[in-house]
Design a protein. Structure first.
Length: 257
């Protein structure tokens, strides 16, 4: 049990999920976790251990078989307006400009007037995409597309941002830059963020806590607090001895050293 429910943005108790019913693939087993409001938490674990499954359950996109998943004390039963989701492959519509891609979800949910009234200029500024407002996705770099995808999730000013390996397919340099952007956004807005990543160093760099799942069926095997000072500049933070200690500790838990 992870603290008082009212303080928790996200709470999961005894969560178990099968694909194909009992007797099918058991993806998650008896997962308990709590994530506080405005916390930045990363989830790591071996490939296929159920990380995406957990995120999709929290996003209201998948059901589960037993246990509970709550957001701000309410059971998750469907996608919510106050939860933004970013997936590894950005789902930008190729025939819409950056601006229209950013406002599309608002338009669908709240109508054209809401989309027209949205402060797209501020979002473009925040995402460092000035000058690219009228470009189409094929005219953007990989990193820019990911920034637009994050912008799509932020446009509705969600309280919770769920990110499933959003930078997984990018080169190290672009990934570093986006990590800096993400830290900047989070420091400014202080949302609750849950990030799935395969990178232990990315998890340590960004997070307040790193949760580790076991091999499938995913069970929570470690919950490590990252007490590095903020704001975290990637280059200086990586030089701190405590940064290396956390990376080694997590690598041991993951069995990679
Ligand atoms: N829609 C589905 N139908 C059936 N089985 C699924 C489905 N989605 C995932 N699985 C299975 O559930 C298990 C957990 O998958 P999941 O995608 O959650 O793992 P993951 O930890 O996110 O993996 P990766 O790190 O490789 O992305 C895997 O064995 C996978 O094959």
């Amino acid at each position: 049990m992870a603290g008082d429910m009212t303080e928790m943005a996200i709470r999961v108790d005894g969560l178990t999920k099968y694909y194909g019913g009992a007797g099918g693939t058991k993806a998650l087993e008896d997962v308990d976790l709590g994530i506080g409001d405005c916390e930045f938490v990363s989830i790591i674990g071996p490939s296929g251990c159920g990380k995406s499954t957990l995120l999709r359950i929290l996003a209201g996109l998948h059901g589960h078989d037993s246990g509970t998943a709550t957001l701000f004390g309410e059971a998750v039963t469907a996608p919510r307006d106050d939860v933004g989701v970013v997936f590894q492959t950005s789902n930008l519509l190729p025939w819409l400009t950056v601006t229209r891609n950013l406002t599309l979800a608002l338009e669908i949910r709240h109508g054209k007037a809401a989309a027209a009234a949205a402060d797209v200029a501020a979002m473009i500024e925040l995402l460092n995409l000035k000058g690219f407002e009228d470009k189409f996705p094929h005219e953007l770099s990989g990193g820019m597309k990911h920034r637009v995808a994050i912008g799509q999730a932020l446009m509705q000013n969600p309280r919770v941002l769920l990110m499933d390996e959003p930078f997984g397919a990018l080169d190290a340099l672009t990934r570093d830059r986006l990590n800096i952007e993400l830290l900047r956004l989070w420091q400014r807005d202080r949302k609750t963020v849950v990030l799935i990543t395969h990178s232990i160093s990315e998890a340590v760099l960004l997070s307040d806590r790193v949760l580790v799942l076991s091999e499938r069926p995913g069970r929570l095997i470690a919950d490590i607090r990252i007490d590095l000072p903020r704001p975290r500049d990637p280059s200086t933070t990586r030089d701190l001895p405590a940064f290396g200690d956390h990376v080694v500790e997590l690598s041991r838990i993951m069995g990679v050293v």
